[in-house]
Design a protein around this ligand. Structure first.
Ligand code: SF4
Length: 206
């Protein structure tokens, strides 16, 4: 019997997703990792190991991108945890004429203990940062970040720094937090200067 390959690349509702790491410093209440290990027909999104760029390149080379113009870096972990692979893969996709989108928790600067936003913005076409909540206490109650209460401000600063390099950065929240909290989130986004996108809650993540 042939060995099951890791689900590094999968499609879902006409989008191509890249699953380059399972590492994540958070444990979000709504993360699909709490309820399922598949999206569509992805197969298990738990990876046997963090794939090196060569494995991600092989997955891309084996996929027919006809009809697809964009690939999305999106979990089943935090993509910026595997920064080197993320950047190399984004460059490779651009060589193939494919645009790139990053769904991130915005904690990459804490993960790497340096400002990675220029590296991200130089190589990613569209960045969506999960805001989740309007303040640090509510954020921590939902996201449970390993970095504690400083995470919320670090996530906001990630957006602020990205905005210096690109206009294609947004914060996102899910609609289930309710109108009052969404209005509070809008004020936070206005203060940072990054647009807010309110998205319908689904069983996906970020
Ligand atoms: S939703 Fe994203 S940031 Fe939250 S635990 Fe899941 S992978 Fe990590």
């Amino acid at each position: 019997m042939s060995e099951q390959k890791d689900a590094i690349l999968y499609t879902y509702y006409n989008n191509v997703y890249l699953n380059i790491t399972n590492a994540c410093p958070c444990n979000c209440e709504f993360c699909i990792r709490r309820t399922t290990d598949t999206v569509g027909d992805s197969g298990s999104l738990w990876l046997s190991h963090n794939p090196p760029f060569e494995d991600v390149k092989e997955a891309i080379d084996n996929f027919d991108f006809s009809g697809y113009t964009e690939a999305v870096f999106c979990g089943y972990g935090e993509p910026t945890s595997s920064l080197d692979v993320l950047i190399k893969t984004a460059k490779y996709l651009h060589e193939k004429g494919i645009k790139t989108r990053l769904n991130t928790n915005g904690l990459g600067n804490l993960i790497h203990k340096r400002d990675i936003t220029k590296d991200i913005c130089d190589n990613i076409d569209y960045i969506s940062i999960s805001l989740n909540a309007p303040n640090a206490e509510k954020y921590n109650a939902i996201v449970h970040p390993a970095f504690g209460l400083k995470s919320f401000d670090a996530m906001l600063d990630f957006g602020r720094q990205c905005k210096k390099y690109t206009d294609n950065v947004i914060f996102s929240v899910v609609d289930i937090i309710g109108e009052d909290e969404i209005a509070e989130c809008q004020k936070v986004c206005d203060s940072v200067g990054v647009p807010l996108r309110v998205r319908e809650y689904t069983a996906t993540y970020e």
